[in-house]
Write a protein that binds this ligand. Structure first.
Ligand code: S3P
Length: 460
């Protein structure tokens, strides 16, 4: 059955990509900046917020729970335009959030529509779990297929009453408990969303809530909670396991936050510049938090020419400009230990591997099966359809690359409502003999509204 509302888009063999771009704000940090600002006492200001659908779903949900959030145009008038504005406009203007204080969220009148966003859902479930309110969470077909048991378990142990659809899925209803019961929780999988859900629930819970994290995942929640004045400590034991402890019922102080560019969005242009012959692209202001920077390490191991220019700190996070030049990539065995620091970058890494010389193997990626789509299966199917040599294993892909030759292309790819799948095949189209068509480009707006505009700009 074809979806009448879908917007197909074709991507054809490209001239060299040249120029300088700035990518939108980090999605993970954007969600957290809104949530913590919402719980501070007073007015916080955020610039560089990602205005993608996922983050806007968080903003709308917080608004529905009594938080005043608005976008103020920059003094030069460049800011307050349409949500789908270009990067120049995203850079200007600020979001102003009047926090209600920890414990101050109000009961929403209607179901909270999370759209496609797992981060909004899981982190907001954590907030609701320790407030005396009830909220219903709904989402699109992709989100409604994703497992929520991983947050339902710890939040129920803290006293929340959660009624989910079969399989622990959306739609679901969370009835929070205040005061909630503090918990010491060992993460059963490497998930920053689960970690953050428990820590956020711990904010309004008396005493100490602890998350034990054997495999480190992105630490934006910890950094930002400390920045807002939460009583949070991180201790690493002799086995390398992190013990993150938060003391609840502490007042958060409002902040002024500058959000760095999203390395997961930069990833598409890093790989595009590496594989489109003759390319030379500079990507400004890319977040390089070590818990997110795995792709750069892996691409360099493959022979990618990626130069870090002017490393600095923005909003408590390391950033740099990246200069990326076309490179002859070589296949490698990707160390599974690097997976958590590039968990969202595997779809585009697979495209790079399809152009490399020799074999690339990846393992330890079972979490990819429960992202916005089953990214192992969807990438294997799509890459095969455009002529790449790919074998799907239980927890990874084995890819034999072309050694830099164009892929045949000439297929329509099902994006499965997964933004990163859509953008990965858009990039694959740039190095294919016949155009690659993405069946519906709309999901890109969840994380990277101006992706196509930036790509076109580099082709001119
Ligand atoms: C995210 C954590 C990751 C990542 C997602 C954003 C976050 O998910 O895939 O895009 O902001 O905490 P998991 O925690 O499920 O690995």
């Amino acid at each position: 059955m074809t979806d009448q509302t879908a917007t197909p888009r074709s991507f054809a063999a490209s001239a060299p990509l040249k120029g300088r771009i700035a990518i939108p704000g980090d999605k993970s940090i954007s969600h957290r900046s809104l949530m913590l600002s919402a719980l501070a006492v007073g007015t916080s200001r955020v610039t560089g917020l990602l205005e993608g659908h996922d983050v806007l779903a968080t903003a709308a949900a917080l608004h529905a729970m009594g938080v005043q959030i608005e976008k103020r145009p920059a003094a030069d008038g460049g800011g307050g335009r349409a949500m789908g504005a270009t990067i120049e406009h995203m850079d200007s203007g600020e979001w102003v959030i009047d926090g209600v204080g920890v414990g101050g969220l109000l009961q929403p009148r209607e179901a909270l529509d999370m759209g496609n966003s797992g981060t909004s859902t899981r982190l907001l479930m954590g907030l609701v779990a320790s407030h005396p309110i009830t909220a219903t969470f709904v989402g699109d077909a992709s989100l409604s297929g994703r497992p929520m048991g991983r947050v339902i378990d710890p939040l129920s142990q803290m006293g929340a009453d959660i009624n989910a659809s079969p399989g622990g899925r959306l739609p679901l209803m969370v009835r929070g408990l205040a005061p909630a019961i503090p918990l010491s929780y060992r993460l059963p999988m490497a998930s920053a969303q689960v970690k953050s859900a428990v820590l956020l629930a711990g904010l309004n819970t008396p005493g100490i809530t602890e998350v034990i994290e054997p495999v480190p995942t992105r630490d934006h929640s910890e950094r930002m909670l400390k920045g807002f004045g939460a009583d949070l400590t991180v201790e690493t034991d002799s086995e390398g396991t992190r013990h993150i402890r938060i003391r609840g019922e502490v007042e958060l102080k409002p902040q002024t936050i500058v959000i760095p560019g999203d390395p997961s969005s930069a990833a598409f242009f890093i790989v595009a510049a590496l594989i489109v012959p003759g390319s030379d692209v500079t990507i400004a202001n890319v977040g390089l938090n070590p818990t997110r920077a795995g792709l750069i390490e892996v691409l360099r191991q493959m022979g990618g020419d990626i130069e870090l220019i002017d490393p600095r700190e923005v909003g408590g996070e390391p950033v740099a400009d990246l200069r990326v030049r076309h490179s002859a990539l070589k296949g490698i065995d990707v160390d599974p230990a690097v997976a958590p620091s590039m968990i969202d970058e595997f779809p585009i890494l697979f495209v790079a591997a399809a152009l490399a010389e020799g074999r690339t193997t990846t393992t330890g990626l079972d979490e990819l099966r429960v992202k916005e789509s089953d990214r192992l299966s969807v990438m294997a199917t799509g890459l095969k359809a455009i002529g790449a040599r790919v074998e799907e294993g239980g927890d990874g892909l084995i890819i034999d690359g072309t050694g830099g030759d164009a892929l045949p292309g000439g297929a329509t790819i099902a994006g499965h409502l997964d933004h990163r799948i859509c953008m990965s095949f858009a990039v694959a189209g740039l190095v294919s003999t016949a155009p690659v068509t993405v069946d519906d480009i709309a999901p890109v707006a969840t994380s990277f509204p101006n992706f196509e505009a930036l790509l076109t700009g580099l082709q001119e």
